[in-house]
Design a protein around this ligand. Structure first.
Ligand code: SF4
Length: 219
């Protein structure tokens, strides 16, 4: 039976720092990979976040796209492929919406699993995406290109639309940006920080007498 709900950390809109154009960001809750240096440790706990009905989440996406436009949806987390049944149901809902609405939007997904592992275990899910950024974050390696944390993470187009939007992005590393949003009494950082950015942010805040507590990049 198809999943009807998924465990979500946060839905963001608009997202302009993780993929082509103006996007919706869906961060799935739970990650078993636990890379050293991960800046999203708040997404690790499989019991964290909240359970969301996929139909309700789709209605929220439709509303945001209607209100402000939308070029794509970025799925991240957390580890989306740690909820394969829920991810499958979500992708089916998004693809059905795309087909029925005539909207042109791409589906870009992050995963900490190697591409070979995804291809072996989740080929049917990969077939529903336009592009994927696989491989775990590796803080021992050089920084990654645009939209990526470390140099081992490729940006892999999977469809013609993915090819059109994401082929040849590697050289655009200079365009890396971060967004900041304030919502629900929390500050949300959206994007891929450069190495030491979070330490620099903490130092700048401390110099102004502001202590950052309960942050997602350390425990
Ligand atoms: S970087 Fe991604 S895959 Fe790695 S621990 Fe963090 S959320 Fe999980």
């Amino acid at each position: 039976m198809k999943a009807t709900a998924l465990r979500l950390n946060k839905a963001h809109y608009p997202v302009t720092t993780l993929g082509h154009g103006r996007r919706i960001g869906l961060w799935l809750q739970g990650c078993s990979i636990r890379c050293k240096g991960c800046v999203s440790m708040d997404t690790w706990d499989t019991a964290g976040g909240g359970e969301v009905d996929i139909a309700v989440l789709l209605a929220w996406c439709e509303e945001k796209a209607r209100e402000g436009g939308m070029d794509g949806i970025t799925l991240s987390g957390g580890e989306p492929f740690d909820q394969p049944r829920a991810l499958d149901a979500l992708l089916d809902a998004l693809l059905h919406w795309r087909e029925c609405s005539g909207r042109v939007f791409d589906l870009l997904c992050y995963s900490g699993y190697p591409l070979g592992t995804l291809a072996a275990r989740h080929a049917a899910l990969l077939a529903k995406l336009d592009a994927i950024i696989p491989e775990p974050y590796a803080d021992r390696l050089a920084e990654g290109g645009l939209w990526r944390g470390s140099a081992n993470q490729p940006l892999v187009p999977l469809t013609a639309l993915g090819q059109q939007r994401y082929a040849g992005q590697a050289e655009a590393a200079a365009e890396k940006r971060m967004q900041v949003a304030v919502e629900g009494g929390k500050i949300w950082m959206i994007g891929i920080p450069r190495r030491e950015d979070m330490a620099r942010l903490e130092a700048l805040c401390a110099a102004r007498g502001l202590h950052l507590d309960q942050v997602s990049w350390r425990r």
